[in-house]
Ligand binder design. Sequence first.
Ligand code: FMN
Length: 208
Amino acid sequence: MAKVLLLNGSPHPNGCTATALQEMISVFEAEGIKTELIQVGSKNIRGCIACGSCGKTGKCVFDDLVNEVAPKLEASDGLVVGSPVYYASPNGTILSFMDRLFYSTHFSKHMKVGAAIVSARRGGNTATFDVLNKYFSISGMPIATGTYWNQVHGFTAEDVRKDLEGLQTMRNLARNMSFMIRAIADAKEKYGLPKVERGAFTSFPDGK
Ligand SMILES: Cc1cc2nc3c(=O)[nH]c(=O)nc-3n(C[C@H](O)[C@H](O)[C@H](O)COP(=O)(O)O)c2cc1C
């Protein structure tokens, strides 16, 4: 059974971002896709210190929720990351979490389907959305899309329940994501995964 992992970057387990994520979960359930929602935003998650320890061990030196979620991501076919907009960016906790999760894990994320969703009272949604999508686009993860940029509006969960277009976007996004997960599983059987080259790692013109 296909599985989607969902991360709530908000400190509010029942707030605006959670309401949007729940709308997606109800579609995944109807589509026969297993889900697991992880509450990230209320945890004490520090940022990456670039110590390089994960380069040797394949896990983060800070043994917290990041290392707990890593095997769950490895076992998932799709990842949804949700964040409230803080000063026109994802909130600090989810950024620290995503930096450490993506940097410390060495398993392939290739062809796992990614989707970012954001919740704002008023503005900064698309800038936040762009930042979150970049974790997927550097990792060979196809990005699922909906019928608008994936955003809801509100200050409270009640506001979001009134954002009918936002919720519709979440449902369409979850349906598209379910389709992509199934299509990729079929294509893997038929064609195998595309080859990935990794030899080159250049930052300067002389390659050193
Ligand atoms: C520190 C902070 C910064 C915020 N910055 C913005 C912002 O730039 N734009 C905006 O529309 N809302 C902003 N908000 C409001 C929340 O992003 C918004 O209400 C969101 O929907 C809350 O989602 P949640 O209930 O999932 O936490 C901010 C809230 C906080 C606490």
